[in-house]
Design a protein around this ligand. Structure first.
Ligand SMILES: Cc1cc2nc3c(=O)[nH]c(=O)nc-3n(C[C@H](O)[C@H](O)[C@H](O)COP(=O)(O)OP(=O)(O)OC[C@H]3O[C@@H](n4cnc5c(N)ncnc54)[C@H](O)[C@@H]3O)c2cc1C
Length: 458
């Protein structure tokens, strides 16, 4: 096949090059050998054969929200799936089929027209596929678990160019591996996901000036341990930039923000939230809202931005842990981090469901995530240094385990899913991608000597 004549192939001399290689995270400067923008499964198969003929590695991208992990894409074909945006909703069976470029908002919006919703995360324009491959924790996670475990089927193009379906009855090993193992097994061209019958729920934010960080977070971490699984929350230290798109009351301010959602009635939510409200928030927006409003609850940035972030799972936190965190990233710290977040875990996230996937559960009480926006000289080093300092400060309360979706530095998939699961995953990788053609964002390794490293060295 002559790729030069094929419109889906974009090479560095093409006027479309910079647009085609652009990731959502503008801090990721991806420089692959070629970018392919497939508009069909046949285009994907052609790209896989092209990579095989020229011995290129393949990296797959939906949106590039997780692109910071790709250090160099030399000798790599980047498959950018953004054109594949088809969504089909099966109302009766409460499931949706989404193509590889579908953003969460693309599926949640039509689903909510039928009183249904999906296990999306905090951003409307993160990709369903990348999110679900890494696990996926959203506003219903403590009740319904990881998004990965609500995946019902995956359609995958493998290294030999075959299109296979993996679900509970066929290619079951592959189906297990694709739910939380982070990808790197082939090109997901579509997924079927479960939908949940939720028309309304109680959601909102509680906001205090960040001088209150220690008081608020100390109560929060204690409250979070015993909160029922009907509520999923996040607590953040935020330094909002003075941007016009940010609501006036919080624009340019430093705040401590707790937001979340309760699957229950207003009365139930009031009872659950009472200990946090006792702290007298300056702003309290919790109210009964339509399910669709959850996709923007967290106020995540939507247009592409540069971000340097990273995270780690942490165990039960106490007042000393909060003091350590505030010392590094709160009032008086001169921190360059715009957000330091604790995502509440526990509930359904704590234990593996029968029939669950490669990740299955998240050990720990919170997923810590911190991010800065490198806007000037020296900022990258300052942000990276502060994130490392934060992780060190919380090390006594952490086993250092990464959560793949919040790890923006390349980590070992084995460290994220555990040794036993990784051994099984490695066997599946060897059978489905024997030459190590596919690179996941994270390292397909439990340590040195992985298939991927061996293939790259060869
Ligand atoms: C603003 C923001 C908010 C976020 N909120 C949440 C949240 O609430 N909960 C949560 O769990 N995570 C969250 N994340 C993390 C997010 O889930 C990860 O960054 C995820 O990897 C993004 O998936 P993507 O497809 O959008 O990004 P991409 O960078 O395109 O994909 C990430 C990785 O997924 C794999 N992949 C993607 N598509 C395919 C495919 N078609 N076939 C094979 N492999 C593929 C690749 O290995 C790729 O490197 C957030 C991230 C950001 C930046």
């Amino acid at each position: 096949m002559s790729a030069k004549n094929h419109h889906t192939f974009v090479f560095p001399d093409d006027s479309r090059w910079d647009d085609a290689r652009q990731a959502w995270n503008l801090a990721a400067d991806l420089r692959p050998a070629v970018v392919v923008l497939p508009t069909s499964v046949d285009d994907v198969v052609a790209a896989v054969h092209y990579a095989e003929e020229r011995d290129l590695r393949i990296v797959v991208q939906g949106t590039g929200h997780g692109a910071a992990v790709h250090a160099s894409l030399e000798g790599t074909l980047l498959l950018n799936m953004r054109e594949l945006r088809g969504v089909e909703i099966d109302v009766e069976n409460r499931r949706a089929r989404v193509e590889a470029g579908v953003l969460w908002e693309d599926v949640v919006t039509p689903a909510t027209e039928h009183g249904l919703t999906a296990l999306h995360g905090s951003s409307p324009n993160v990709g369903v596929v990348g999110y679900s491959l890494g696990g996926g924790i959203g506003w219903m996670a403590r009740k319904h678990g990881l998004a990965a475990d609500s995946v019902l089927a995956v359609e995958l193009v493998t290294a030999d160019g075959a299109l296979v379906r993996a679900d509970r009855t066929q290619n079951t090993d592959l189906f297990w591996a694709l739910r939380g193992g982070g990808g790197g097994l082939g090109v997901v061209v579509a997924m079927e996901i479960a939908l949940y019958a939720v028309e309304e729920l109680v959601a909102g934010m509680l906001i205090w000036p960040w001088e209150e960080s220690t008081r608020v977070l100390t109560r929060y971490v204690e409250w979070a341990e015993s909160a029922p699984e009907s509520i999923s929350t996040s607590a953040r230290l935020i330094q909002f930039p003075p941007l016009p798109e940010i609501p006036e009351e919080i624009r340019g301010r430093r705040l401590v923000v707790i937001d979340g959602a309760v699957l229950g009635t207003g009365d139930e939510a009031n009872e659950i939230l009472a200990p946090l409200r006792e702290l007298g928030p300056e702003i309290d927006t919790f109210a009964t809202v339509p399910a669709l409003s959850l996709v923007r609850l967290h106020m995540d940035p939507e247009p592409p931005v540069p971000g340097i972030g990273d995270g780690v799972l942490v165990d039960t936190l106490d007042a000393d842990a909060v003091a350590a965190m505030v010392d590094v990233a709160g009032p008086g710290s001169d921190s360059p981090l715009v957000v330091v977040e604790l995502r509440q875990l526990g509930g359904a996230l704590r234990s593996r469901k029968p029939g669950g996937g490669a990740l299955g559960a998240l050990e720990g009480s919170f997923a810590l995530f911190a991010i800065g926006v490198p806007m000037g000289p020296g900022m990258t080093e300052a942000i990276e240094g502060r994130i490392d300092a934060l992780k060190r400060a919380l090390a006594p309360w952490s086993r250092g385990k990464p959560y793949l979706n919040f790890a923006e530095k390349r980590v070992s998939i084995g460290d994220a899913i555990g040794g036993e699961a990784f051994a099984r995953l490695e066997g599946i990788k060897a059978s489905v991608d024997p030459d190590g053609r596919f690179r996941s964002g994270h390292r397909f390794a439990a340590g040195a000597g992985s298939i991927e490293e061996a293939a790259q060295a060869a």
